[in-house]
Ligand binder design. Structure first.
Ligand SMILES: Cc1ncc(C[n+]2csc(CCOP(=O)(O)OP(=O)(O)O)c2C)c(N)n1
Length: 557
């Protein structure tokens, strides 16, 4: 960490970068703009790694992924209107996924504000509905205060994004701003009375169940959850794209609640008489389209423990609302004493194993469930899987097994194009670990340009592109609603393996399941950013449906 020695001669931009160092920021993700050159200059000898991206969408998603992975705000710098609008994707993800993140945006000179000056935007209006806080730093003297507040806000309660705009002419001005010390994450704890009430509920429950999700977890807290469920005999489901919160082979694991959830798991949650939602906000996908519990008063007894008070009672009025962060809630759970024998969780875990153990048949020469099962057998426990959105992800959710905390990097908001930037950020943070981006073909080209960033920084990520030459998810819905009328969903794709080579990487094409393993091993051996282009038949549109089957059903055939 380099903090400028003479605090009296710093510019506002230097105060900002010193502040990032004090907050222990290791990487920033950016696309440059003339609007914030003084910051780029201050970063020059800061010791913070600057990762220059090819699109602000990629940069903001890398920052979001950094925040999701490290628990500290991911930092992104972009220029005015064009940069800010491109970067909005990462802000939407950080909001929906409750990820701490700070986006710094260049702004026009203060004297020109309100003139609709070149690339001028009102960031408060644009980001107002997405970010936890949006502000413009007008006074160089207030830099420390504003950046300190940005860290505190992004990290508080339900975590999320903050946007700070930086008028161009303010950044090089001298600033006597004081530095703000390292901002610790605030913890809120359940009360003793609430935990007594929860112990009572557990003592009376015949079929208790625990849903684990949300952000702000840590390995020790998740271990305490495991101890608690073992002691009391609760099956555990993880919420949408938080499967890495619980070991899949733990005897209490009941499966992943999200898109394409096991119907037996859904039925089990519905039949339980006490559901403890630990850290999960019970979003639309986890709640199976808001069908899991009655709104606003669930029939089952719902105990909702969540770090943001404003989320408790947003949709469901819980029987017991606990405003607590995951760490303190898990510690309090671990102290509870069972008053009855633990419930039997064998059937719940067996349902999960039956659901995920064996590959499913799939039309054509490529079977994606077999590929996922190969990956789960061959990747190290700490390998990180990143993905965007598309039907292809259902195979990951069902057949891959996340065996270590923070190895699943996907978006709760189903944002296409996340896999590539997330993988670049993960490899930058964890150079010694295997990082795989699994993409659909539509998905891949939304941020595939970040392959150049992977190459520039020598980050050998492995991208798998599952190519069915269609925006498959939408095609599936289209066949269901407008059978046989394919409109706006077909894709004609480039040779993705050749594209990888053009970017200086390794590329391979796979057209048969058995060719995947050697291609993956060759990608690993190459030490280069790699793309494995897997061509498969769109007829197998999801793990459980075919296009012709959906069309026939929709046409009443
Ligand atoms: C940025 C973004 N744009 C559009 C969508 C809507 N959408 C969801 S899935 C999907 C198709 C994904 O296609 P592909 O990546 O080829 O994967 P597949 O569904 O075929 O497996 C689309 C367009 C989205 N979720 N995110």
């Amino acid at each position: 960490m380099t903090v400028h020695a003479d605090l009296n001669t710093r510019t506002a931009a230097q105060v900002l970068v010193d502040q990032l160092s004090i907050q222990r920021v290791t990487h920033v993700f950016c696309v440059p703009g003339e609007s914030y050159l003084p910051v780029l200059d201050a970063l020059y000898d800061s010791g913070i790694q600057v990762i220059v991206c090819r699109n602000e969408g990629g940069a903001s998603m890398m920052a979001e992924a950094y925040g999701k992975q490290t628990g500290r705000p991911g930092i992104c710098f972009v220029t005015r209107g064009p940069g800010a609008t491109n970067a909005s994707g990462g802000i939407h993800i950080a909001q929906q996924d409750s990820t701490p993140m700070i986006l710094f945006v260049g702004q026009v000179e203060r004297e020109n504000r309100g003139r609709d000056a070149f690339q001028e935007m009102d960031y408060r209006a644009f980001f107002g509905g997405m970010a936890k806080w949006v502000a413009e730093i007008d006074e160089p003297e207030r830099m420390g205060e504003m950046v300190g507040r940005a860290f505190a806000t992004a990290l508080a309660g339900r975590q999320g994004p903050v946007v700070l705009s930086l008028p161009h002419d303010m950044l090089p001005l001298p600033s006597a701003s004081a530095d703000v010390p390292f901002v610790e994450t605030m913890e809120t704890a359940p009360s003793a009375t609430q935990m007594v009430a929860l112990e009572e509920l557990l003592a009376k429950s015949e079929r208790p169940f625990l849903i684990l999700g949300g952000g702000r977890w840590s390995e020790p807290a998740l271990n305490q959850i495991a101890q608690f469920v073992e002691k009391f005999g609760l099956p555990v489901a993880t919420s949408f794209r938080r499967a890495h919160h619980f070991h899949p082979l733990h005897p209490n694991y009941a499966g992943d609640l999200g898109l394409g959830a096991n119907p037996k798991l859904v039925a089990r949650v519905k039949a339980s008489d006490l559901v403890i939602a630990a850290g999960a906000r019970l979003n639309e996908l986890t709640s199976q389209g808001y069908t899991l519990f009655d709104i606003p008063n669930p029939k089952t007894k719902l105990v909702h423990a969540y770090p943001g008070a404003e989320e408790l009672g947003r949709v469901y009025q819980p029987h017991l609302a606990i405003h607590a962060t995951p760490q303190t809630f898990a510690a309090a759970l671990a102290n509870l004493k069972p008053r009855r024998a633990p419930s039997d969780v064998t059937a719940a875990h067996r349902d999960y194993l039956d659901w995920s153990e064996k590959p499913l048949p799939q039309p054509g020469d490529v079977n994606i469930s077999e590929i996922m099962i190969w990956l789960r057998g061959h990747l190290a426990d700490d390998a990180i899987i990143c993905n965007g959105a598309g039907n292809y992800a259902s195979w990951i959710h069902r057949f891959y097994r996340f065996r270590q905390f923070n190895t699943q990097m996907g978006t709760i908001c189903g944002f296409m194009g996340y896999g590539m930037p997330a993988a670049v950020a993960m490899k930058a943070i964890h150079p010694g670990r295997t990082v795989v981006a699994i993409n659909g073909d539509g998905d891949f080209l939304m941020n595939g340009q970040e392959l150049a960033t992977a190459f520039q920084y020598k980050l050998p990520i492995i991208a798998v592109v599952l190519d069915n030459s269609t925006f498959g998810t939408i095609r599936m819905h289209q066949e269901r609603e407008y059978p046989g009328r394919v409109s706006g969903t077909d894709l004609v794709n480039p040779d993705f393996a050749a594209m990888a080579r053009a970017f200086g990487g390794f590329g391979a094409t796979v057209e048969k399941t058995q060719d995947f393993a050697p291609a993956f091993k060759a990608a690993q051996a190459s030490g280069l950013p790699s793309v494995i282009h897997v061509k498969f038949d769109a007829e197998g549109i999801s793990p459980t449906a075919t296009l012709s089957g959906i069309r026939a059903k929709a046409s009443g055939a």
